[in-house]
Design a protein around this ligand. Structure first.
Ligand code: ADP
Length: 402
């Protein structure tokens, strides 16, 4: 439907009022025109109707055209206002344009100029209206999209939590039968060993597979607990030197083929408040990775040292190393570097070991970093905060300032 232009003319000169009104009706064809003799009346009409253009004389008794213009700017800033000025009133014209007038028309009014100016004003108003409508449509669209994104996010968060709940429950349920399977297999192996049966080898291999499965299930369980925010530590005072010795010994007995482990430890005790089971888990994971990604006879060096107010544990291998592009990702959940094949032992893994390790070390207030050169090897370094009582006075001072 075509929009019929609606115009307001304000002038205390009734002859001019009529002449302008007639010119509009004659030259624009379809148009609605309201005429008023004062700015006060004009304001009442403007509040009521959304005109396409307003034409007002500048000089009027009472409120003049400039004051009316200021009011229009407040109430209907999008409505173009044309001011009619007397001949030679440049100052007023400039004031009108500065005050936001759309255009000015000089007396005596030149009809053609007047009609062109009013047509342009109407067009501008209609364009502004279209822009405002489109803006509104866009805003509504943006709101709908925002709502949809929020809904989808809520669904995803819910689905993710449900997945973690399921993972937690499933891994928990899998642990029990696996544990009894492991017990029975151990029993069977010992019996076969006593009988010097040739089947011992096969059962031992079965046992190793069960242990690997146990680690995978534990990794899944730990990941779901981390994601659900239910991961907790059981802290108590431990000597990390002794702990490392113990873990290295344990790793040497359980892993096949046997690794070449070199242990560098200080003569002193380094005490820290840690969850010994969790720190052992991290160390076993680092040792198993170092072994996995190195040639069978390559040495793995474990160094334990006190560095300022921290206890340092470093696991160094001379294996395949990690490329610069992949380094930033190796602590991510489920990340396994592509195109790197396992050098020694089983390739079983879910890309969770380092992710869990980092969470465990973070929870201790420590840090885990890696330095790696492709083709030369990698060093994973853990820093753990020490018990205040275990630091010497210089270190305590340094710690209190850090
Ligand atoms: P996974 O147990 O599945 O290997 P991790 O989280 O322990 O997962 O390790 C993530 C990835 O980081 C591995 O897939 C491997 O590519 C790389 N990586 C970890 N440790 C080493 C290492 N010592 N040498 C080379 N690459 C390593």
């Amino acid at each position: 439907m075509q929009h019929i232009p609606y115009i307001l003319i304000v002038d205390d000169d009734s002859a001019l009022l009529q002449a302008l009104s007639q010119a509009i009706v004659l030259r624009l064809g379809q148009a609605r025109v309201d005429t008023v003799a004062s700015a006060q009346e004009a304001l009442r009409c403007i509040k009521e109707h959304d005109y396409d253009a307003i034409i007002s004389d500048i000089k009027m008794p009472g409120m003049d055209g400039l004051m009316l213009l200021a009011k229009i700017q407040e109430i209907r800033p999008d409505t173009p206002t044309l001011l009619v000025t007397g001949h030679g009133e440049q100052d007023l014209t400039i004031q009108a344009l500065r005050g936001g007038a759309y255009d000015f028309i000089q007396k005596p009014v030149e009809r053609d100029y007047f009609v062109v100016a009013i047509k342009r004003a109407i067009q501008t108003r209609q364009l502004r209206r279209q822009v405002a409508e489109q803006q509104q449509v866009l805003e509504q669209h943006a709101q709908t999209l925002e709502r949809q994104v929020m809904e989808r996010t809520r669904e995803l968060v819910f689905a993710n939590a449900a997945k973690d709940e399921f993972l937690s429950m499933a891994s928990h349920e899998l642990k029990t039968p696996l544990c009894s399977l492991k017990g029975m297999t151990q029993l069977l192996r010992r019996r076969l060993e006593r009988l010097a049966s040739p089947e011992v080898k096969n059962v031992a291999s079965m046992e190793r597979s069960i242990v690997r499965m146990e680690v995978l299930i534990q990794d899944l369980l730990d990941t779901s607990l981390i994601e659900l925010g239910r991961f907790t530590l059981r802290l108590s005072k431990h000597d990390i030197v002794e702990l490392c010795q113990h873990v290295v010994r344990e790793y040497a007995t359980i892993s096949t083929p046997a690794p070449l482990l070199v242990l560098n430890i200080p003569a002193e005790v380094i005490s820290a408040s840690i969850d010994a089971t969790r720190i052992s888990q991290v160390l076993l994971n680092l040792l198993s990775n170092a072994h996995k990604y190195s040639a069978q006879d390559a040495p793995i060096t474990i160094t334990v040292r006190r560095v300022n107010n921290k206890g340092m544990i470093a696991v160094q291998d001379k294996g395949v190393g990690i490329s610069e592009e992949q380094l930033p990702h190796i602590f991510e959940r489920f990340y396994r570097t592509p195109e790197v094949s396992v050098q020694t032992g089983s390739s079983v893994g879910l890309g969770l070991g380092l992710y869990i390790s980092q969470k465990i070390i973070d929870a201790h207030g420590g840090s885990i970093t890696v330095h790696s050169v492709p083709g030369e090897g990698s060093t994973f370094t853990i820093m753990l905060p020490l018990l205040i009582g275990e630091m010497d006075s210089e270190e305590m001072q340094a710690a209190s300032h850090s």
